[in-house]
Every structure is written in structure tokens, then in C-alpha cells.
Write a protein that binds this ligand. Structure first.
Ligand code: 57M
Length: 359
């Protein structure tokens, strides 16, 4: 909004010319989102406590988690509010990609809210049924996929990391591919959110990484130099990623060990969906497997554990899945697991950025 209100005044006040620059608006979107989270955090925690929106701990989890019972959850509401305010304030609101990203963030946030609400307030052990959750995610991702498919500037080629000359055109099949990326990313972040700060840390790291990808993919000269797909207008998502990173840092202030608040499905589903949507729009879809490699590892640990369990009638590869629980049961302290997973996430993000130069 500020872009529309203040940039036109640059002919009178030359200082307002700065609102034209994506870098400037990204920095202030990040700071705006961070400050909203940081300032409202204590009030939100008090309100959730007063409303008794406390985490229900399933009995089958690690014993140590029982001590977390009652921790305020659904903190994702604060994260989404911060992202929304910062994005609406600092982006060019005529940019269609921004609105596609906001549709996913808000839609997945509502799905997660319904799941959390049913689980907590209605005391239904598992919240939304898996079928209902998946159906909602697929429908919303399909809406995003169709909107991209009909966008005149958007092409349906898929970027293959390290093999830039190979980019198969999927045609309408790109809609199915977009659904796979967005729904997969959302659920992988959801599974990862099982220790204090374990999900939000890598979300911040991935958001900063896609901040860079969005900037270069929306910049004709840089995209040409790096031989990546130029997606006109995708540069505005740099600001959206900045808002995610800022809100994530603000939330981490309260979610770090020992957590005062959990994000809930309202946070994990929407943040994962947001990362998947940005990956699709910036044409760095498959690279999300590396950028979000920690989420992939956590999701694969569950897939392997359940498959092996079924194949061997009760055998287990890990002490417990997702992987973070395995290390918990091996006796690693929670903070040690969290920080070591963050280190892995940073290393994977650096590898993903190196592919910009590798041809
Ligand atoms: C998402 N939710 C956390 C919190 C957070 C198929 C199976 C793998 C599904 C999976 C599952 O239920 N996943 C749901 C993970 C939960 O966190 C809440 O959920 C939100 C995110 N969606 O915001 O509101 C618990 O995680 C802990 N937590 C923290 N700090 C945080 O900042 O300590 C969360 C955030 C919270 C809290 O204890 O209650 C979760 O773990 O459920 N199931 C599992 O992940 C279960 N694994 C399992 O069953 N493994 C089996 C098979 C099925 C693979 C096996 O290994 O044999 C684990 N989770 C639970 N119990 N609750 C272990 C058993």
C-alpha cells in the first residue's frame, strides 16, 4: 500500500523514490513483520492462556513432552497476521503473484485453524480428518496452479537443478505438479514442527533463500546472467519472503526452547504452503527439495518408518519418527537436536544457492 501511496510523490519529495526499490521494501517488510510479532507476542500468549488454548499432548509421544501440556498453541495466528500486515503494507498490490501467495497462506491457515480448533476446543483427539485436511490443501493448491497456468507471463516449464538446458514443459500437467509441491511442502513443515523452534528456524532459512531466488528470477538481467527462468513480476515475492522471515524471527523469540507458545497447524500448514507457492512461482520448484531438505528428511523418516513397520509387522527403522523424536529417545537434549537440525538446514540452503552458478 505504501508503494502506491508514497512512490508517486517522489516527484515532489525525491526521498520517496526509495519506495520503488524491492530491496528497501523487503528490509522494511521484514522489520514490520518482526516488530508486530515481537510486540504482540506477550499479549497473544496471555490471551491464549486465558482462553485455555493449551496444547494437548498425545500419550504415545516421548515422555519428556508431557511437561509441555497446556503450552499455548495456535501461535500461527500471530505469524500470519504479521505476514499479512507487512505484505499488504510493502508490496505492489497490483501484482498477481502476491495475491496467489496470500490465497495459499490464508487458505492453509484457515485449514490449520479448523484442525487446531477441533483438536483443542472440541477435544477431538485428532482434529480435522486427514481426508478433510488433504482435500482442502489440494483444492487450494489447484486454485493456485490454475491461476498460474492462465497467467500470460507464466510458463509451465520445470527447472531441473544442475541441468539448466533441461526444462521440460508440462503444459496443464504443471497444475498437478504445483499441487504436489505446495501440498507436500505444507505437510513436511507440519511434521517437522515437533520440537521448540524446530520448524520455524528452517522456515526462516528457506524464506531468506527464496528471498534471493525471487529477487534474481524477477530481475531480467540477473536471470539472464545466471541462466535461470525470468519470471516477470516475481520480484515482489522477495518482499513476501522477507515478511515470512521477519515474522518467523519474531515468533522464534517466544517459540525457542523452552517454548512459551507453539505455532499450531494454523502456522505449520500455512508456512509450508507459502514456501511451496514461492518455489513454484519463482520456478525453483525441484530445488525446494534441497532448500527445504530438512523438511524432506523428516517426512521421509515417517514414510520409511511406516512402510517398514507394515512390511515387517511391527519393525522400526528409527526409535520413533519423525527423525527428531529418534534423537530424543537416544537421549539427545532437545536444544541440541534443534540447533543441529538448524545447522543442517543452513548447509542445505547454501548448497541450493550454489546451483545458481552451477550450469
Ligand atoms: C504434527 N505435531 C507435533 C504443535 C505444533 C503419521 C504420523 C507421523 C503423524 C505425526 C503427527 O501427528 N504429526 C502432527 C506434529 C505436536 O505439535 C503440535 O502440532 C503443531 C504442528 N502441526 O505447532 O501445536 C507436538 O510436538 C511438540 N512440539 C514442541 N515444540 C514446538 O514448538 O515440543 C511442537 C512444537 C506437541 C509438542 O509435544 O504436542 C507432534 O509431535 O504430534 N505423528 C507423530 O509425529 C508421532 N510419531 C509417531 O506416531 N510415529 C510412529 C509412526 C506413526 C511413524 C512411529 O515412529 O512408530 C509423534 N507425535 C506425537 N506422538 N504426538 C510421536 C508420538
Amino acid at each position: 500500500m505504501l508503494y502506491h501511496l508514497l512512490y508517486p510523490l517522489h516527484t515532489t519529495f525525491s526521498a520517496f523514490n526509495v519506495f520503488r526499490y524491492i530491496t528497501f521494501r523487503t528490509i522494511y517488510a521484514s522489520l514490520t513483520a518482526f516488530l508486530i510479532c515481537f510486540i504482540l507476542g506477550p499479549w497473544v500468549i496471555r490471551r491464549l492462556k486465558r482462553l485455555q488454548v493449551g496444547q494437548y499432548i498425545q500419550e504415545d509421544g516421548p515422555e519428556a513432552h508431557q511437561a509441555k501440556a497446556g503450552t499455548p498453541t495456535m501461535g500461527g495466528i500471530l505469524i500470519l497476521f504479521s505476514i499479512l500486515m507487512a505484505t499488504l503494507l510493502w508490496t505492489d498490490l497490483t501484482n498477481g503473484y502476491v495475491w496467489i501467495a496470500l490465497i495459499i497462506v490464508c487458505g492453509y491457515g484457515l485449514l490449520g485453524f479448523a484442525d487446531d480448533y477441533l483438536m483443542l476446543v472440541k477435544k477431538r483427539n485428532k482434529g480435522l480428518t486427514a481426508r478433510a485436511k488433504f482435500s482442502g490443501q489440494i483444492v487450494l493448491a489447484a486454485v493456485a496452479g490454475v491461476l498460474l497456468y492462465i497467467s500470460p507471463d507464466f510458463d509451465t516449464r520445470v527447472t531441473i537443478p544442475f541441468f539448466k538446458e533441461m526444462s521440460p514443459d508440462l503444459g496443464w500437467g504443471y497444475i498437478l505438479f504445483a499441487i504436489l509441491v505446495i501440498v507436500g511442502s505444507s505437510n513436511a513443515v507440519n511434521l517437522t514442527d515437533g520440537l521448540d523452534g524446530l520448524a520455524i528456524g528452517p522456515v526462516i532459512i528457506a524464506a531468506v533463500t527464496y528471498m534471493i531466488f525471487a529477487y534474481v528470477s524477477g530481475h531480467a538481467k540477473m536471470a539472464d546472467y545466471l541462466q535461470i527462468n525470468y519470471v516477470a513480476g516475481s520480484g515482489e515475492l522477495t518482499i513476501f519472503c522477507g515478511a515470512i522471515a521477519g515474522a518467523g524471527l519474531g515468533f522464534l523469540w517466544f517459540n525457542t526452547y523452552p517454548a512459551q507458545i507453539f505455532m499450531g497447524d494454523v502456522g505449520s500448514l500455512s508456512l509450508g504452503g507459502a514456501l511451496g507457492t514461492v518455489a513454484v512461482i519463482t520456478k525453483q520448484e525441484i530445488l525446494l527439495v534441497i532448500v527445504g531438505g530438512l523438511f524432506v528428511i523428516e517426512a521421509l523418516s515417517v514414510i520409511f518408518q511406516v512402510s517398514f513397520f507394515k512390511m515387517t509387522n511391527g519393525g522400526r527403522i528409527f526409535k520413533m519418527a519423525p527423525l527428531h523424536h529418534h534423537f530424543e529417545l537416544k537421549g539427545w537434549a532437545e536444544p541440541k537436536i534443534i540447533v543441529r537440525f538448524w545447522i543442517i538446514a543452513i548447509a542445505l540452503a547454501l548448497v541450493s544457492m550454489s546451483t545458481l552458478k552451477l550450469r
